[in-house]
Design a protein around this ligand. Sequence first.
Ligand SMILES: *Cc1c(COP(=O)(O)O)cnc(C)c1O
Length: 386
Amino acid sequence: MTTSDRFATRAIHAGQEFDPTTGAVIPPIYQTSTFVQESIGQLRGGYEYARSGNPTRTSLETLLAALEGGKHGLSFASGLAAEDTLLRAVLQPGDHVVLGNDVYGGTYRLINRVHGAWGIRNTPVDLADLDAVKAAVATDATRILWIETPSNPLMKISDVAALVEIGHEAGAIVVVDNTFASPALQQPMALGADVVVHSTTKYLGGHSDVIGGGLVINDDELHEKVKFLQFAAGPVSAPMDAFLTIRGIKTLDVRMQRHSANAQAIAEALVGHSALEAVYYPGLPSHPGHELAARQMSAFGGMLSIAVVGGADAARAFAESLEVFQLAESLGGVESLVNYPSAMTHASVKGTELEVPENIVRLSVGIEDVDDLVADVLQALEGSAR
Ligand SMILES: *Cc1c(COP(=O)(O)O)cnc(C)c1O
């Protein structure tokens, strides 16, 4: 067991002690639903039934907490299952949530349509406009301020420390969805966040082979509430899924460095291109959030979006002419993906204030050879401009 504080070491060792019976370097995958008791109620190692706890899940939960520098980690069947459990543990009918006006579309759908039906109210705001956030949280029933930075798909950067202060002053819990940056690049708890949310499906898993979600929580009482609901409702991660996520996390630090370097190179190759109206990447000095991102993040990440000249048709043509980048939803894997938000990831928010312009294309830049990626984007732009 290492006591090192440094991120890359924690990512490989936290919660990953070798198996004491065999010495196996990798802890076994406990593919079991239940656990034999010594006598009635006398549990071995505290495990009873795998909905309440499984050692492989515990191992991931310990790791998640260590990555974010938080006290408690919880692992779920998906990012949205993690979000839903947190929301239901915290909110009562009549409560109010303030969230970024460009949060993940599924988060908005969950809060607005699912929780909305149970009497939860929400106000989407531009999180970069601190006065607007102050005004939005100034109702006495605001229980949660929900932050996502960088945002999806326009890569807006919001000031976590400043928002934490505003949220806490209003008596709200501040939640940060850290999926896009990952804890390798951004540490919301060190900036005062109460809860960190992850879709571990993305960078933490990192190989597009597992759906999962996580929560990291500092407050003991809140953790108990969420853990109770996780047990009582059962949206837990399966042992094999937890194992795959742990396996992915071991290389998170090096992957994020390469994702960031590749995305930076593509952004620089695209800036000023005649087929583009804009390039949204926080690593570009021209990005409005560049300085804040440079302070708040240790690198700028692997996500970038572009606004294509020629509207929806040109954007669709570009997305469909890429060859190395594959057309698919999701992000954060080693392979590059392209997404057309307005008809794919963000189709569910069409017609709401979270709607994404039709000429936006989002790239999840993988860790392939950077020259291949730049060449692919440039050849596809030639096609779209024709
Ligand atoms: C994908 C995603 C989610 C939802 O996670 P799932 O694992 O798909 O349920 C939440 N937030 C962000 C930022 C995401 O990208």
